[in-house]
Design a protein around this ligand. Structure first.
Ligand code: PLP
Length: 357
């Protein structure tokens, strides 16, 4: 099947096969990575290699730390304010995942929603100016790619004199990212990096060690930085799988410049088809369209249901849109082969022919 799930999402076949090969005997240890002590030299090597690959692939400068946390993207909605919010936070509301971040922020400190596209059902990215920022705010917080609504920042918002914090859960590694433009990036692994269970945090080193007092150790970035992300048992197998995905990106794909070309090609094939179609439409402002999550509707809820059912029968699975949006959504992450996009478009054409009144 071709799996269009928004997450957990499909993984490259190369990665799954390699994991299968190494399942019973990883790195000559005679055991699975699942059975290894996280204090063993074998696992240390897995972790070190994974970090080094991520640093190379994303060109992460030396003054940034890479941390492996648990608790998903959702735990970052609390960890970010616990570690960085001193006066107040400015958040741009672009959908479900910023709403949740706003909710957690409000429990922990002064929070302003400085712009929102809620009144347009989040079909665009609100544009802000430097003067929209709150004078005493510590940082501007964005969700760079909005998984549910299918929007993406193509340009970062102005944030002079402030830190920039970004949730890259659904676009990390799909394109080149200039890490030096951000102060903190986080992303759950389960869309573009590996299985659920590990969340990657890329943070400027000088921001570590200033958390609120008396917070639980596991909510303080310093605990992770001081202990090489192994203060407690890390999600060993998930980290190993992320390492394999990064190896695939480096050795099989040829890096993020190449992946960016594939990402853009997958998206433009589908958008071009949708835009000329008489049956389907995509509600998102063209300049803000996501490259990885593409919602579309027929305008008839019953027909949408029929589409999802018949697509599923044709081996094109997980195309149902998020419950807050309806319709369909195709998530085209790194592991989606081009053939999957062609198969989807062929199916859409056939369905259009059969169902256009
Ligand atoms: N941020 C974004 C952009 C997401 O798409 C998601 C989940 O889909 C989350 C955060 C929440 O992540 P998690 O389920 O890992 O907590």
């Amino acid at each position: 099947v071709y799996n269009f799930s928004a997450g957990p999402a499909c993984l490259p076949e190369w990665v799954l096969k390699k994991a299968q090969e190494e399942m019973l005997d990883a790195h000559g240890s005679g055991m699975s990575v699942m059975e290894m002590s996280h204090r063993s030299s074998e696992f240390q090597e897995i972790l070190d290699t994974c970090k080094a690959r991520l640093r190379r692939l994303m060109n992460i400068p030396d003054d940034y730390e890479i941390l492996f946390c648990q608790g998903g993207g959702t735990m970052q909605f609390s960890m970010v304010p616990l570690n960085l919010l001193k006066h107040s936070a400015d958040i741009i509301n672009t959908g479900q995942w910023t709403k949740k971040a706003i909710m957690e922020h409000k429990k922990l400190g002064k929070t302003q929603v400085i712009a929102s596209s809620a009144e347009d059902n989040f079909t665009h990215i609100p544009k802000i100016k430097q003067e929209d920022l709150t004078p005493d705010s510590d940082y501007v917080y964005i969700c760079e790619n909005n998984t549910i609504y299918g929007t993406k920042y193509k340009e970062l918002p102005p944030h002079e004199g402030k830190l920039l914090v970004a949730d890259l859960s659904s676009c990390i590694l799909s394109e080149r990212t200039d890490v030096s433009k951000y102060d903190l990036i986080f992303a759950g692994a389960q869309k573009n990096m590996g299985p659920a269970g590990v969340t990657v945090v890329i943070i400027k080193k000088d921001l570590i060690g200033h958390a609120k007092e008396n917070i639980p150790s596991l909510l303080d970035y310093k605990t992770y930085a001081d202990n090489d992300s192994m203060y407690n048992t890390p999600p060993c197998y998930a980290i190993y799988m992320v390492g394999l995905v990064l190896q695939w990106l480096e050795e099989e794909i040829g890096g993020l410049e190449e992946m960016e070309k594939l990402t853009r090609k997958r998206a433009s094939l589908l958008y071009d088809y949708i835009d000329q179609s008489k049956l389907y439409s995509n509600p998102v402002a063209k300049e803000d369209r996501s490259y990885t999550n593409i919602p579309f509707v027929t305008g008839d809820a019953e027909l949408d249901k029929k589409f999802v059912k018949e697509a599923n029968e044709a081996g094109l699975v997980n195309l149902k849109g998020h419950r807050t949006v309806g319709g369909m959504r195709a998530s085209l992450y790194n592991a989606m082969p081009m053939e999957g996009v062609y198969a989807l478009i062929d199916f859409m054409k056939k369905f259009e022919k059969e169902n256009l009144a």
